[in-house]
Design a protein around this ligand. Structure first.
Ligand code: DGJ
Length: 714
């Protein structure tokens, strides 16, 4: 709900208030974001902030004034939210209040980019227009407020109102100013096969956090998600703010602590490598940045984002549907397969209860290795004589759905596509374009390239009963020919992705980028699940899945049981451990199932049966992280049904310890007065007992063992 009272805008979510005040000079100031406040007359806001410098209309010193969209060059000496070479040829400006508008329902489209949808929530958007006539531009600040959430979704739309060109040199989506306190920041950083490790850093004087990615996509290195928390906040308690960007390109979040200890967070497109010219009357819109607040620790932010992303982000009908248990042939065969081998895998998998067979890389052109045929989206009939349609029919005849892998943005130099269109790749003149994983990237800033890919992929998808697509992208972006190119590429990319996804609404799309190199809310808007990491070792996955859950729901986290020794790190873990970890995600297998022993196959059947029982819970429940694998020998997490009627607890222990007692794992979010039966052991526990005394996990005696409990209310 948005309440306007004189010069105050009070934005109320479910449990939060966000208050904006316009001062007598027209500066749009941030007053408060936190636990819900009653609406009253906030006239005193003015007094408190009337400050120290001289008299007259410009008595406001912006350096100590918390602002909604801080400017560059006029009394504010911190990092600005925008930086624009204006009509006068300098970068100095002061944006002041012009008007406002409150719009009900879904936000107006954000030009070419994904954004949150209204869903079942009642939603209002406040648009505040600020302008600087002298500098020649205005900015419309958008604040979308959901009655059902503690979320404020922010955007900024910059318009050239001058009679000449202006140039944006930075344009963040939002600024969030927080008053002096002791803060820390948490974020997700890593690399290939090591994505999204949870990192924590203190925020003290200066810019203490600049987590920016300029690798072309949202990246393995830095995820576009940050939490700023009071120093004493934990997983379970305390005040925490979240900022998540709905964007898949180069991004940046900075957190600065000023000379008074106040904090400024900026989030948006990475200014490095970015600039954007606006002709007369032209506009530029930023991606959406999602601000969230919780006084229930990090877990509170995560559960809020999980609900939001499941209900208000995804355009896919699959986001609310149970996902089929899949088997993927990649780690089973890599490029070395033929139709008979695929059918053997599929037949064996079908017998164990698998529901979807996915044919990964290597099905097209002359693709026997990674150096050939990328971009040639027609079947290799030597490998698959029945063609995609014939193979899909055979797979369907086994009772399995059929799915296919693509990498639409890439092309090998050794491909028909590149030979026919050498000018379609990203390159700069006078420099040999670099290959990475033997690939170039197609230039998605060109409409003809986008149209070609839309048609090529659509043609295959229409040619057979393909019910799942894995959309991969395996290299960083280099040789970008001009500033702002990366953003323009992503506008093309979103067009391609949305057109293909819209044209095939029944297909389940899974995002992927060399594992989890593009795990972001922009992708989740179109694809409800993402391949989390090429590292499928169950022990490393404890960390990766644990930290991925900070921002993204379990229903988005794709997790497979793979062979041991693990192909990425050689670790050997039991089939039980691999299954228990993968069950806390979108579950599947990626190994040569035909090589498994009868005993192993029996265990696979049991795992699948068990997962199918857990599946609705894992799709819809509230997720609690109980033990942090980064700083304990344990990892524990729990999924609780919204009505508290069902619970799945998974605990893992990295190193076995002999002659020691296990820690009690205390559950959360249950009904105190209810009794629960463990479906595995038939033991009955009280809800109070589970939460206050906990369960004592019974681990196996070897390293890397897991213990699970599936509780149902009786
Ligand atoms: C990278 C992905 O992460 C893998 O799962 C697999 O699809 C390969 N690409 C195929 O080239």
């Amino acid at each position: 709900m948005i309440i306007k009272n004189k010069n105050i805008f009070h934005l109320q979510g479910k449990n939060t208030s966000y208050i904006i005040a316009v001062n007598e000079c027209g500066d749009v100031m941030h007053y408060y974001y936190g636990k819900k406040l009653r609406d009253k007359n906030y006239d005193w806001v003015k007094q408190e902030w009337s400050v120290w410098n001289s008299a007259g209309p410009d008595k406001w010193t912006l350096d100590i004034t918390p602002q909604e969209y801080p400017s560059y060059g006029y009394t504010d000496l911190k990092m600005p939210a925008y930086d624009i070479l204006n009509k006068n040829g300098n970068n100095v400006s002061r944006l002041t209040y012009k008007s406002y508008e409150i719009v009900e329902g879904d936000v107006d489209k954000i030009s070419g980019m994904p954004y949150l949808l209204k869903g079942k929530s009642s939603v209002q958007t406040l648009y505040i227009t600020v302008e600087d006539k002298n500098a020649g531009f205005s900015v419309v600040l958008g604040y979308t407020v959901f009655d059902d959430y503690d979320i404020i979704a922010r955007t900024a739309k910059i318009k050239n109102i001058s009679d000449t060109k202006i140039k944006l040199e930075r344009a963040y989506s939002c600024a969030l100013e927080l008053p002096k306190n002791d803060y820390k920041a948490l974020y997700l950083s890593g690399g290939w096969a090591n994505e999204r490790n949870l990192k924590e850093t203190e925020i003290t004087g200066g810019i203490k956090l600049d987590i920016s990615a300029a690798r072309g996509g949202s990246s393995h290195h830095i995820n576009p998600f940050v939490m700023v928390a009071k120093k004493d906040a934990t997983e379970f308690f305390g005040e925490v703010y979240g900022a998540t960007l709905v964007y898949s390109g180069n991004h940046s979040t900075t957190v600065e602590s000023d000379q008074f200890g106040n904090l400024r967070l900026l989030q948006g497109i990475n200014p490095f490598g970015f600039s954007w010219e606006l002709g007369m009357g032209e506009e530029f819109e930023t991606p959406q940045s999602i601000l969230s607040y919780s006084d229930c620790g990090y877990g509170g932010i995560s559960r809020e984002l999980h609900d939001l992303f499941r209900n208000n982000l995804s355009r896919s009908k699959w986001s609310k549907q149970e996902r089929p248990v899949l088997i993927n042939n990649w780690e089973a065969t890599y490029f070395d397969f033929n139709e008979d081998k695929l059918m053997e895998i599929a037949k064996c998998a079908a017998k164990q209860g698998v529901e979807l067979f996915v044919l990964d890389d290597g099905w097209f052109g002359k693709r026997y290795d990674e150096d050939k045929s990328m971009g040639d989206w027609f079947v290799n009939e030597k490998k698959i004589p029945s063609g995609i349609d014939g193979l899909a029919k055979k797979i369907n005849a086994l009772g399995l759905k059929f799915g296919l892998w693509f990498e639409p943005e890439a092309v090998n130099p050794d491909s028909e596509l590149y030979r026919n269109h050498p000018d379609w790749i990203i390159r700069v003149s006078g420099m040999e374009p670099t290959t990475s994983r033997c690939e170039y990237l197609l230039d998605f800033t060109k409409d003809e390239v986008c149209d070609y890919i839309i048609n090529a992929v659509s043609k295959i998808l229409s040619s057979a009963n393909i019910e799942y697509v894995k959309w991969d992208m395996n290299r960083p972006m280099t040789e970008m020919p001009y500033q702002g190119f990366n953003h323009k590429f992503y506008l093309g990319f979103y067009r391609v992705m949305s057109q293909i996804c819209n044209a095939f609404p029944n297909v389940l799309f899974e995002g992927c980028s060399g594992g989890g190199g593009r795990f972001d809310a922009g992708i989740l808007a179109y694809m409800p699940q993402i391949w989390t990491s090429d590292n499928s070792d169950a022990v490393k996955r404890l960390e990766i899945q644990y930290s991925t859950s900070f921002a993204y729901p379990i229903s988005a986290i794709s997790a497979h049981v793979t062979a041991v020794p693990n192909h990425q790190n050689g670790r050997i873990t039991s089939l039980k451990t691999r299954g228990d970890v993968a069950k806390c995600g979108v579950f599947g297998y990626e190994l040569d199932i035909t090589k498994m022993s009868d005993d192993e196959l029996m265990e696979v059947r049991e795992q699948i049966k068990d997962y199918k029982k857990l599946r609705p819970l894992m799709l819809n429940g509230d997720f609690y992280r109980l033990k942090n694998p980064f700083n304990t020998n344990y990892c524990a997490w729990e999924m609780v049904a919204k009505d508290k009627s069902e619970v799945f607890l998974m605990c893992a222990k990295r190193m076995s310890e002999h002659n020691s007692k296990e820690e009690h794992i205390k559950l959360m979010g249950l009904s105190e007065n209810a009794d629960y039966i463990d479906m595995y052991t038939k033991k009955v526990y009280g809800g109070d007992e589970l939460m206050y005394n906990g369960v004592v996990p019974e681990f196996g005696k070897f390293d890397f063992s897991t213990f699970t409990v599936h509780l149902v209310k009786i």
